[in-house]
Ligand binder design. Structure first.
Ligand SMILES: C[S@@+](CC[C@H](N)C(=O)[O-])C[C@H]1O[C@@H](n2cnc3c(N)ncnc32)[C@H](O)[C@@H]1O
Length: 192
């Protein structure tokens, strides 16, 4: 685990907040967000999703294993006066005990052991926005370890207890220069 922390700390020592836009599944479906509530940006990195959500008046919790990323996000939140509670956390199912959220956002992160805990941490009516890489991606850029890449329709299976609100996975069909070719997008809602 030390190697994972060092790897991400090294990456985030070289990068800035401004370089990371919020994930498309969130920005393109912003109209689905509640006007108030508690949200979690899971494995937030420099926190582009956290910032996007806090700018819309939501109370944001942001977790990541990299303390470099978390320190940068904390500084940015203070500078910008944003309501973001950023915490260094090695995320595991136990991280969600006694936590509940109206919205959870996960982008470019996949840990299959967390699915039940994510669903459990959503409040009734709560929304999960998820976007991450697929095995059928077109780009040769990392990640390429299949452990971190979604199989066909996997988000639909992992989060099947949620009511499906939106799903997109373009696979390798048609003109591969167009469309969403490297990632799948999912939005689900916890039933009341
Ligand atoms: C590809 S980055 C994505 C960051 C951000 N969600 C985004 O979309 O820009 C993956 C993130 O997962 C974090 N991470 C990896 N393993 C983790 C773990 N076990 N617990 C918490 N964070 C972890 C890394 O530090 C990194 O910030």
């Amino acid at each position: 685990m030390e190697a994972v922390i060092n790897k991400w700390n090294h990456i985030y020592s070289r990068t800035d907040q401004e370089r990371y836009p919020a994930t498309q599944v969130l920005t393109e479906n912003e109209f689905l967000l509640p006007l108030t509530g508690d949200v979690l940006d899971l494995a937030c990195g420099l926190g582009a999703n956290a910032v996007f959500l806090a700018e819309r008046g939501l109370a944001v919790t942001a977790w990541d294993i990299s303390f470099v990323a978390i320190d940068k996000l904390k500084d940015y939140a203070v500078q910008q006066g944003l309501n973001i509670n950023a915490c260094q956390e090695k995320i595991a199912a136990a991280s969600f005990i006694q936590c509940s959220f109206d919205v959870i956002v996960v982008s470019r992160f996949l840990d299959r052991t967390l699915s039940d805990a994510i669903i459990g941490a959503l409040r009734p009516g709560g929304l999960l926005f998820y976007q991450t890489f697929t095995r059928e991606k077109v780009s040769p850029e990392p990640p390429n370890n299949p452990d971190y890449l979604l199989t066909e329709n996997e988000l639909l299976t992992q989060f099947s207890p949620l009511r499906l609100i939106f799903y997109r996975e373009n696979a390798l069909i048609g003109n591969q220069l167009r469309g969403l070719r490297n990632e799948a997008q999912f939005i689900g809602r916890k039933r009341n």
